[in-house]
Design a protein around this ligand. Sequence first.
Ligand code: ZN
Length: 196
Amino acid sequence: MTRLKDRRYEHIKRVAVNTLIECGIRDVPIDPFLICERRGYKLIKYSEKYNEEDMAVVVEAFPNGFNYYDKGVRIIEYNDNYSIERIRTTILHEIGHIELKHTKKCLLAETEAEWFAAYIIAPPPLVDLYDVEDFLDVSARFNTSCECGFHCMRRYQTWKRYTIFKKDYERQLVKQFTGDCISIDNERNVITYECN
Ligand SMILES: [Zn+2]
């Protein structure tokens, strides 16, 4: 995978956390379907839309999924012929493209969306809330494949080693998941953080 600039990683992490906060996600495993519902992104399964012939063409072009605008609505189509773990990652990847405001398909956009999905599925500050002993724990708790759980555990261990003080967005994320002092005014779409 292409290596991104450090400040870009930081941007992606902030965007991922903002997505969770703005969508009012408070539980793990992270629910990509709920994020789509709250963002107004419409989900379409390949099996609902394509006949056998068209399916072969679409899977060839987009093995996992893709997104586009249609009459002002953001649509995510996904290949539902895979495991739920893979489908969850696919949808989070497409959410990444949308939240990161990608406008064209290129290697950089793919790398960023991959990284967004890998982060948001088990953000290290959330892994830290649970007594996880190994990658299998992470995989079970965050509903990922074992391979993904392994990478999430590695990312968490690195984060733990180098984190003395959590960043502002990491603290906000933890507060949301522990139910502390955060309120969302849906009408005005304003999020109020009350930090200690
Ligand atoms: Zn992509």
